[in-house]
Structures are given as structure tokens and as C-alpha cells.
Ligand binder design. Structure first.
Ligand code: 13P
Length: 340
């Protein structure tokens, strides 16, 4: 495979394929496992992710790559095969989450800034050697009547840009993820407020990327959709698509090869419906999914931490991945759910 950043970036988002975000930190995966009553251990985390990556048919047809947490990048399957080799054998690109989390931002109550820049150049070299060809960094933007502040958006955008520069220097494609929260507190904002905050955030992010001399053709944007807060959620599929497309067209240069959305707390079917409606528009980028919860939730439940349910977990994963593949081509309908 070509090692040019531009070629890797296109491969991550083209042909209806999307990314499996399986990069939950140890604290986050514990919360997910709690929902099925499973203890989070190195072994159970391995078993779960091995189950997903060995969904061979789905991985080959619908998934371009998987975002991993550091532990997974260096982990081996039960039979000793490195998990990255299983991903690569299915034609997928291994990627790595490199931020160390959103931490309370000093002087900015209710807001966070994402950390992880110190020593990042050295870590990236290690991740490249382990097979990672793209990385992810998530900045988190809280929404209320008063938030976000300019200071917090600017600090998060600056960190995203510094991270992106270090990635490109290390021949790793940066996924730039500024998440405008739909499921944060108070979670009561309407669509117009989401539009305003998302537009503002993306404007500042692309300003910082330009100042950091980022090669836009060698990166992927992972934004949130323009959507009203989780506690209100009444905007229609058509409205979410219309507002999202409007804001992205106003802020994202066409030199960026691809946009891969996060699901952010949407239900799996909502995330699929929105992606398909967005792809009903004529867009200058490849637009696909990089879902965590929306791709995994049904699979996690069907698996339930039991070896005898591996096939059921893989079937659930394959179904959701196929639905999102159709959505990335703009051809999903409610009937697609039944047909599968
Ligand atoms: P969700 O799709 O569950 O929001 O996760 C995507 C992700 O990678 C968040 O950083």
C-alpha cells in the first residue's frame, strides 16, 4: 500500500467504507462492559476486540480501518496473532488514539482542554513501527447558553493543530476531531445553537490548522453532526442533514479528502439515517462514519461477554456496519434494516 499521507487518507473514507472507533480508554470500556455485567480485564478487552476484528466479511466489505487504544495496538489474539495483523489481513488500516483525555481547563469552569502533546513525537514513532498509519485526537466543546468560551475553543483547536503537525511529520494521517457535545450538560440546546457553535468551532480549527501548516489533503476531519441536545432531540433527519451540510460547506476546505462523523450519543439507527441523508447532498468530500457506540452497541449486547455468543456479536456488528456502508453511499432507507 502506498505510504503517502494523501493516499492513506482517501483509503480511510472512500467507497462507502468507514472507520470502526474501538479506541475506548480503559475507563470508558469499563463503563461499556458494566452495561452487560462484564468485568473489564486485559483479557476481556482483548476478547471483545478480537470478536469485532475477526468479523471478517464485514471488516473486508465495510470497514476501512480501526481506531485502537494503545493497549490494543500491542495486544495479541488468543492464538498469538497480533490484533493489528487481523485488521490488516481484512484490508483494514490500524489507527491509534493518541490524546490522553479531556481534562478540566484551568480558569474555565465547565470546560476541558485535551492533553497529550508532551512526548507525542516519540510515541508516534513507536506507534508507526507497530503499524499505525493514522491517529485520532478528540477535543471536546461543551455547549450551554454561555459555553463554549473563545478561550476553550481556541486552546482545543490549537492542540488539535499541534497534534496534526506532529502526526504528519511522523507519516501518520491525523484525524482531527473537534466534538461539539450533544450529550453533555445541560444538553438542552436547540439546532440553531448547535449550528452556531459548530460553525464557530470549525472556523477556529481550520484557522489553527492553517497556521500550523497542515497539509489538508493528508488529514481527515471527524466532526459531530449539527444536532440538538440529547435532552431535547426533536430536529428531524432532514433538518439535521440540512444544517450539518450547510455548516460543513461554509467551514471545511474542499482540499480535505474526507469527513468521518462521530456518533456522539445518537442511537445507532439515528446515526445511520443522518449519515445517509447528508450523503443525499452533492458534497466536495467523501463523507462517512467513524462510529464508536453506534457501530458497537448492538454487537456488545449480543455478545454479552460469552464465548458462545461470538457469532451473534459478529452478526450484529456486520449488520450495523452494512447499514452505515449504505448510508455512506446515501442509499440507506428504513427498509434496508429489514432486508438485511
Ligand atoms: P462515538 O461514535 O461513540 O461518539 O465515538 C466516536 C469516537 O471516536 C469518539 O471519540
Amino acid at each position: 500500500m502506498s505510504e503517502r499521507l494523501e493516499d492513506i487518507a482517501v483509503k480511510m473514507v472512500a467507497d462507502g467504507k468507514g472507520l470502526l472507533a474501538a479506541d475506548e480508554s480503559t475507563a470508558t470500556i469499563k463503563k461499556r462492559f458494566d452495561t452487560i455485567g462484564l468485568a473489564s480485564t486485559e483479557e476481556s478487552r482483548r476478547d471483545y476486540r478480537e470478536m469485532l476484528f475477526r468479523s471478517d466479511d464485514a471488516m473486508k466489505k465495510y470497514i476501512s480501518g480501526a481506531i485502537l487504544y494503545e493497549e490494543t495496538l500491542f495486544q495479541k489474539a488468543v492464538d498469538g496473532t497480533p490484533l493489528v495483523d487481523i485488521i490488516r489481513a481484512a484490508g483494514g488500516i490500524p489507527g491509534i488514539k493518541v490524546d490522553t483525555g479531556a481534562k478540566p481547563m484551568a480558569g474555565f469552569p465547565g470546560e476541558t482542554v485535551t492533553e497529550g502533546l508532551d512526548g507525542l513525537a516519540d510515541r508516534l514513532a513507536k506507534y508507526y513501527d507497530a503499524g499505525a498509519r493514522f491517529a485520532k485526537w478528540r477535543g471536546v466543546i461543551a455547549v450551554s447558553d454561555k459555553l463554549p468560551t473563545f478561550g476553550s475553543v481556541k486552546a482545543n483547536a490549537h492542540a488539535l493543530a499541534r497534534y496534526a503537525a506532529l502526526c504528519q511529520q511522523a507519516k501518520i494521517v491525523p484525524i482531527v476531531e473537534p466534538e461539539v457535545l450533544m450529550d453533555g450538560e445541560p444538553g438542552t440546546h436547540d439546532l440553531a445553537r448547535s449550528e452556531e457553535v459548530t460553525r464557530w468551532t470549525l472556523q477556529i480549527v481550520f484557522q489553527e490548522l492553517a497556521e500550523a501548516r497542515i497539509n489538508l489533503e493528508g488529514m481527515i476531519l471527524k466532526p459531530s453532526m449539527v444536532i440538538d441536545g440529547k435532552k431535547v432531540r426533536k430536529a428531524s433527519v432532514e433538518q439535521v442533514a440540512e444544517y450539518t451540510v450547510k455548516v460543513l460547506k461554509e467551514t471545511v476546505p474542499s482540499a480535505v479528502p474526507g469527513i468521518a462523523f462521530l456518533s456522539g450519543g445518537q442511537t445507532p439507527e439515528e446515526a445511520t439515517a443522518h449519515l445517509s441523508a447528508i450523503n443525499g447532498y452533492d458534497l466536495p468530500w467523501h463523507v462517512t462514519f467513524s462510529y464508536g457506540r453506534a457501530l458497537q452497541d448492538a454487537s456488545l449486547k449480543a455478545w454479552g461477554g460469552k464465548a458462545e455468543n461470538v457469532a451473534a456479536g459478529q452478526r450484529a456488528f456486520a449488520h450495523r456496519a452494512e447499514m452505515n456502508y449504505l448510508a455512506a453511499k446515501g442509499s440507506w432507507t428504513k427498509d434496508s434494516e429489514k432486508a438485511a
